[in-house]
Design a protein around this ligand. Structure first.
Ligand code: 8YV
Length: 333
């Protein structure tokens, strides 16, 4: 039987399902630090199921038999894909199943931040509410405003679809190496392609939905924040590192923009604690895909990918979501 590692706790029934095919080392305890992760791989694993654990050249070197790593996430910046390709190791991810859940959560942040829901709830809980006042927690509208999507991919199109119901104008920009989406998608979403600078100048609410790559590091920093309206909202449901969190703290304190909703952070879970000094932000601990149905769909897809990539099950040899399909069938190097 081939051996696999499940690198962190997942649904127990998915572990049981994997046990039908593999000898499973199921780490159902706490998260594994990298060194310990590496030690698990020296035990000749053929595959692994991860959810954000960093898999780099040194981890792969410790795992000479490893042929596939299946990430339970759509983003795979935890994989060093150059190292995967050099070693002929397949990476897989879980696209599409989380698009709508992610968009819903982004929408929730985009409503909560400008309407100051978290900030005003803290005020109420602290017993500070004494009277009604015409200007207490004044915010800005979503309905009829301009939405800016940076990263109009599979997920980015989902908030753009929601914008119709809010009578919003949609403008978008794509990131490194990508330009416009197909004209029929633009027409359907009624979305206008603009430069990043134009988007930042015009937008009332901007949502970031782009993958983390070196080129996208600090897509939003001091310069970009300075272009935005003082009434604007920034929503980040992408990845830590897309926004320069220190620059954002400064911009919020200086009231360069009105507010932000953030689910992802540089260095998470050890995020920049200066964000806690800013009252007008909504901060959540990377829970964008956390609904029962979506997390189940992600876990099932991650298991499907692993089973198929290791030549088992009904899709043997044809995993649904290969990131680097060129390595399929090549000997591990
Ligand atoms: C994951 C995510 O839950 O899919 C992604 O890329 O950001 C989240 O939905 C998280 O990354 C854990 O793997």
């Amino acid at each position: 039987m081939q051996k696999i590692l499940v690198a962190r706790p997942i649904f127990p029934d998915v572990v049981e399902w994997l046990k039908q095919y593999f000898d499973v080392d199921a780490n159902q305890g706490d998260l594994l630090p990298t060194e310990e992760l590496t030690r698990h791989f020296t035990d000749n694993k053929d595959g692994a199921l991860t959810a954000g654990e960093p898999i780099n050249a040194s981890v792969l070197a410790a795992a000479p038999r490893l042929r596939v790593v299946s990430n339970m996430a759509v983003g795979y910046n935890n994989f060093d894909m150059a190292a995967f390709n050099a070693a002929n190791v397949l990476g897989t991810n879980t696209p599409d199943v989380l698009n709508e859940t992610t968009a819903d959560f982004g929408w929730a942040l985009m409503m909560a931040a400008p309407r100051r829901i978290a900030e005003s709830e803290h005020y109420l809980r602290a017993g500070l509410w004494q009277k009604w006042s015409y200007d207490a927690f004044i915010g800005s509208d979503l309905y009829g405003s301009t939405l800016g999507v940076i990263g109009m991919g599979r997920i980015g199109q989902a908030p753009a679809r929601r914008a119709k119901g809010f009578n919003m104008q949609v403008i978008y920009h794509n990131y490194h190496n990508r330009t416009r989406v197909l004209p029929e998608i633009e027409a359907k979403l009624n979305a206008e392609y603009v430069s990043k600078q134009d988007l930042l100048r015009r937008v009332d609410h901007v949502v970031l939905v782009l993958p983390y790559t070196q080129e996208n590091h600090h897509t939003i920093g001091t310069v970009e924040l300075a272009l935005m309206k003082p009434t604007a909202t920034l929503t980040d449901i992408a990845r830590g590192g897309i926004v320069d969190d220190a620059a954002l703290v400064e911009a919020l304190h200086a009231k360069q923009i009105a507010t932000a909703g953030l689910d992802v952070f540089e260095g998470e879970p050890n995020f920049n604690r200066d964000l806690l000094t800013v009252p007008n932000v909504v901060l959540t601990p990377h829970i964008v895909s956390a609904t029962e149905a979506t997390r189940r769909a992600m876990a099932n897809l991650a298991a499907d990918n692993l089973i198929a990539a290791l030549g088992e099950g009904p899709r043997a040899g044809r995993p649904p979501n290969p990131i680097n399909p060129d390595v399929i069938g090549k000997a591990r190097s």
